[in-house]
Design a protein around this ligand. Sequence first.
Ligand SMILES: NC(=O)c1ccc[n+]([C@@H]2O[C@H](COP(=O)([O-])OP(=O)(O)OC[C@H]3O[C@@H](n4cnc5c(N)ncnc54)[C@H](OP(=O)(O)O)[C@@H]3O)[C@@H](O)[C@H]2O)c1
Length: 282
Amino acid sequence: MTTVPTIDLNDGSAIPQLGFGVFQIEPEDTAEAVRVALDAGYRHIDTAEMYGNERGVGEGIRAAGLDRGDVYITSKLSNAFHEPDAARRAFEGTLAELDTDHLDLFLIHWPLPTRYGGDFVSTWKTLEEFKADGRARSIGVSNFQVAHLERLAAEADVAPAVNQIELHPYLLNAEVRAYGEAHGIATEAWSPIAQGAVLDDPAVTAIAERLGRTPAQVVLRWHLQRRSIVFPKSTTPSRIEENFALFDFELEPGDVAAIEALDRGEEGRSGPHPDRFDFVPD
Ligand SMILES: NC(=O)c1ccc[n+]([C@@H]2O[C@H](COP(=O)([O-])OP(=O)(O)OC[C@H]3O[C@@H](n4cnc5c(N)ncnc54)[C@H](OP(=O)(O)O)[C@@H]3O)[C@@H](O)[C@H]2O)c1
């Protein structure tokens, strides 16, 4: 069985560097996708309350016959529940849906600086409670910009263990990543293959052909060598296996640089901009 490397977090815990993401997997398909991923060897699942499929994640883990302690589970706070009492209820709901008494990692999904009076600090302090009482082993943020991280550093007691941001060859998100590196906040790269958009880039396919690997494997390996944490999503069993087969080859420094050179800056962003995103579900 392949052993996935871990990344040490700033709170003393460790996270498997490669996991399985379940964004946009239908609730009724999630348990089977998670079971297939766990059978393939993944031991880290990234879900969120807003994905509507936490229950399926819990079911998939049980269907795989694994103990809770064998799987690293991340979930995220819905944009609808940033106020402290709402966040406390939402966290309990997440634990109930996953049918577990703790999460390995719980994140604020988006900073929403134009909502809730711009107050993501009291939301963060509520996550600090979950860490203190042991129900969240680690806490972190997602889609936080440098200014948001600096505000937490100034006003909060606990530093985020991770920041989960959009990051792939077309959007290196270099400033946010560098801030994390300098301050001990691990970077998790969401949409690591840009939902497939980078896979037919000639720079990527040339490396893939030379190494006898697929473009997705090359891009995912690139993330691992840059020390990002990744959790590609797929509901295709052969791709779920393909995306896990990353530990028997290596990119040369020139390959890493060639893929970094694909950065398009803001034009490469495929998701919403964290400074402006203000979606709150009903
Ligand atoms: N924090 C946030 O705001 C945020 C936002 C977005 C995503 N995320 C997290 O990051 C995870 C990954 O991001 P993502 O789901 O947006 O995108 P992604 O993992 O970059 O790409 C997923 C897409 O690529 C396809 N694909 C997967 N493996 C492939 C392969 N080997 N060859 C060709 N195509 C392949 C999948 O198709 P099939 O499924 O049809 O195989 C799917 O359409 C999410 O699941 C979620 O956990 C977080």
